[in-house]
Design a protein around this ligand. Structure first.
Ligand code: BGC
Length: 441
């Protein structure tokens, strides 16, 4: 399996999951600081108040990345550090933190990929309707422009949104994620405004004359659990809902034809002119791949009337996700077939397996994660051999971190974090990844 020398090897994180200190240096609350303070929302009542304390330990974490030989690092910027109220005056101390981070990365020879929105909307904007307010596209474009102005000289790639599907499915339809709504009518509106905001930020970036902006979507190849018409139809619906709902408007200027059927009376007529903004050309697409979805009909499941079945004999992760690397190759071929040849990055790929809370040796042995990593790197190589223009790979995640409403109970890191002491310890997967990267030099 051959990777070009220019292939980018990295790891990814997100602000709310690792930084801690949500109110430091004048930052405002986000929907996640608020959500995690709402009783019953988080496993064990966990919050992101400390997380990996990366806000104070970023230098050590950059040194860790360097020791692994990473060529790139994908992190996210917290909107409410830059704009405590979401709009208005820029908070220079918030900018400073990311400035120092980006400079430290550059000094270490690590190329930064910054995500502008990894789920932590300023709470002040949620009070004004959040993603349901059409004005959010302007708010986001203003925030994005400020981030470009402040950091573009050091940031190599920008990603507008992380996983709009999860933002709406979790935040507006099922309510397990912030802001915790469960409303059939809200979900399509939030999705549409996310896409408009993305398009507006891309347009703002173009004014700089650079070519390194994209979006990050999570894709999950859907395969029918049987050949019955019911399961085949369910698979199509699930695929439209999760995989095509955001990419079709961006690249084909229309939502998948299944959408009105999924949402019924809750599916709005969107202004045609919106699609001109949404379809603003991007320079790359970031794909987050974790698992495939073996799908069967399930009339009780909102909105796709489909759910996943367990595959006998497969390994499942701690988040109950099937380990199935071949679908990564299939997915990349499908993406090129449907949307055309363009630069692609795997912006997240990884697995939660049980690791002990404290490390008792110099290395934490994580054989299942090592297996996952190896299988997925091989699947990625097969996509490259088939000519897919994949330019880089970011493992999720650099560190064990706050797994959203699961709190600290699910460990995705290739580096172990002891949350009682903040001690970092390499897991075997990190060393395997390090050696793999070194072997390609
Ligand atoms: C998200 C990450 C998350 C990971 C594992 C992705 O959906 O972008 O923030 O931690 O999956 O659940």
């Amino acid at each position: 399996m051959t990777f070009p020398r220019s292939f980018v090897w990295g790891a990814a994180t997100a602000a709310h999951q690792i930084e801690g200190s949500p109110f430091a240096d004048g930052a405002g609350p986000s929907i996640w600081t608020r959500f995690s303070r709402t009783p019953g929302r988080m496993t064990n009542g966990d919050t992101g108040d400390v997380a990996c304390d990366h806000y104070h330990r970023y230098r050590d974490d950059v040194a860790l990345m360097k020791s692994l030989g990473l060529g790139a690092y994908r992190f996210s910027i917290s909107w409410s550090r830059l704009f405590p109220n979401g709009t208005g005056e820029l908070n220079p101390h918030g900018v400073d933190f990311y400035r120092r981070l980006v400079d430290a990365l550059r000094e270490a020879g690590i190329r930064p990929m910054a995500t502008l929105y990894h789920w932590d909307l300023p709470a002040a904007l949620d009070d004004r309707g959040g993603w349901l307010n059409r004005d959010v596209a302007d708010w986001f474009a203003d925030y994005a422009s400020a981030a470009f102005r402040a950091l573009d000289d050091g940031v190599e790639w920008w990603a507008t949104l992380n996983e709009p599907w999860v933002v709406t499915d979790g935040g507006y339809l099922h309510g397990g994620l912030a802001p915790g709504h469960s409303n059939l009518f809200e979900a399509p509106i939030a999705s549409h405004n996310l896409l408009r905001a993305h398009g507006r930020a891309v347009q703002a970036y173009r004014a700089l004359g650079k070519h390194a902006i994209g979006i990050v979507v999570n894709l999950e190849p859907k395969v029918p659990a049987s050949n019955s018409d019911a399961d085949l139809d369910a698979t199509r619906r699930a695929d439209a809902y999760m995989n095509r709902q955001y990419l079709d408007p961006m690249f084909r200027r229309a939502y998948p034809e299944e959408m009105p059927d999924l949402f019924g009376a809750a599916w709005p007529q969107f202004p045609v002119a919106d699609f001109d903004e949404i379809a603003a050309p991007v320079d790359f697409v970031g794909i987050n791949y974790y698992k495939r979805g073996m799908t069967r009909r399930d009339p009780h499941q909102w909105v796709e009337r489909a759910s996943l079945v367990r595959v006998p004999g497969s390994i499942y992760t701690e988040t109950d996700w099937e380990v199935h690397a071949p679908a990564l190759t299939d997915l990349l071929l499908w993406f090129r077939e449907r949307y055309g040849a363009m630069p692609v990055y795997i912006t997240e790929n990884g697995a939660a397996f049980y690791d002990p809370p404290a490390a008792f040796a110099d290395v934490v042995e994580d054989p299942l994660r090592v297996h996952y990593l190896r299988e997925h790197l091989a699947a990625l190589g097969r996509a490259l051999d088939a000519g897919v223009d994949v330019r880089g790979y970011f493992v999720w995640s650099l560190l064990d971190n706050l797994e959203w409403s699961h709190g600290y109970t699910k460990r995705f890191g290739i580096v172990h974090v002891d949350f009682a002491t903040q001690k970092r310890t390499m897991k075997r997967s990190a060393l395997v990844y390090r050696d793999f990267i070194a072997s390609l030099k």
